[in-house]
Design a protein around this ligand. Structure first.
Ligand SMILES: [Zn+2]
Length: 332
């Protein structure tokens, strides 16, 4: 008889005059069904083997990816962007409805900061996977360019990929939007601009800007400062909003991301903990489908040990080593 088909009651030995010892039964049950958690590996050779045999690689990146570019992480202990800042003060639709001038002053200054930032070697290492020649060497079984899903709104990955080729840039989803994209609140036109200023009334030094109340008609508008009364789509004079996902808003494209995750056999989690949403749900989904998860993060987080691979340290170093792209990134 197949041992796997023996009913549970047949394998429990009656004790004490034929009564079942339920404590023992429960103990056996819990021991038998404990999931076996293998410790994460930091072995580069094993990781490279996994990379080489994977067909559907996905990348999920977070704030740690851009830390070396001088963009502070939301959760870094000391110099957090949000340390002296209540996120709900500016990053909600309600805040924008109540104080569009305050919200725009804040985003205007972030845009100027982000424009000064340059991609670092972690961005470059990931971008090599968008180069067919490098991909065929690093991950020869990969069926297509690995999709990179970033939670960052700084567009550093996109600007680098755009400099490589239009096709490379198509392999990126900015899941939380971009600080360089606006949406008209009237005609809904979505536009991307790397111009440092979207409205001259917002210019000026940051300290005085922080205190100034800019009239609604002088805030960034559809058609720009030169708008002259047209009501055409994309030039309608409506108030623009930053096209970033605010607290309380649902990220778009989640259906597409989830569909991609269901096919993924290797998920690279970069610069974010694998235990914080949404990375935790993606990692769980990939593992449930038999895929592997590799985490590249500065510090260990509780639960990261459940990843198949864990590389701790600055991702601009660990990623370059793990992907073996020292030479590829030199000319980027
Ligand atoms: Zn408009």
């Amino acid at each position: 008889m197949d041992p796997c088909s023996v009913p549970l009651c047949n394998v429990v030995t009656p004790v004490d005059n034929g009564k079942l010892d339920f404590d023992e039964l429960w103990l056996n049950f819990t021991i038998d069904f404990q999931p076996i958690v293998m410790p994460s590996s930091s072995d580069l050779r094993s990781f490279k083997e996994a990379l080489a045999s994977s067909k559907n690689i996905l990348i999920l990146s977070g704030a740690g990816l851009s830390a070396a570019s001088g963009i502070p992480t939301y959760r870094s202990a000391d110099e957090s962007l949000w340390n002296n800042f209540d996120p709900t003060a500016y990053a909600t639709p309600q805040a924008f409805a109540k104080d569009p001038s305050g919200v725009w002053r804040w985003y205007h200054n972030r845009r100027k900061e982000y424009l000064k930032a340059k991609p670092n070697n972690a961005h470059r290492a990931l971008a090599t996977l968008a180069l067919p020649s490098a991909l065929s060497r690093i991950a020869p079984c990969s069926m297509s360019q690995p999709l990179h899903i970033t939670q960052n709104v700084d567009s550093l990955s996109l600007r680098l990929l755009e400099s490589l080729s239009p096709e490379a840039a198509e392999g990126l989803i900015e899941m939380h939007g971009s600080i360089f994209v606006t949406k008209c609140t009237s005609c809904q036109k979505v536009m991307r601009s790397y111009a440092p200023s979207l409205a001259s009334a917002l210019d000026g030094d940051e300290d005085s800007n922080a205190k100034r109340d800019v009239p609604l008609c002088q805030l960034p508008k559809c058609g720009g400062d030169s708008w002259a009364g047209s009501n055409r789509y994309g030039n309608c004079g409506g108030l623009l909003r930053p096209e970033v996902v605010w607290f309380g808003e649902m990220p778009p494209l989640m259906g597409e991301v989830s569909r991609k995750m269901s096919q993924c056999d290797l998920l690279l989690v970069v610069g974010t903990s694998s235990t914080v949403l949404p990375a935790s749900s993606f990692a769980t989904q990939v593992k449930a489908n038999g895929g592997k998860v590799a985490v590249f993060n500065l510090n260990r987080s509780t639960g990261d040990d459940e990843a198949d691979f864990l590389f701790l340290g600055p991702c601009e170093t660990t990623l370059v080593d793990a992907l073996g792209v020292e030479d590829d990134i030199k000319d980027m």
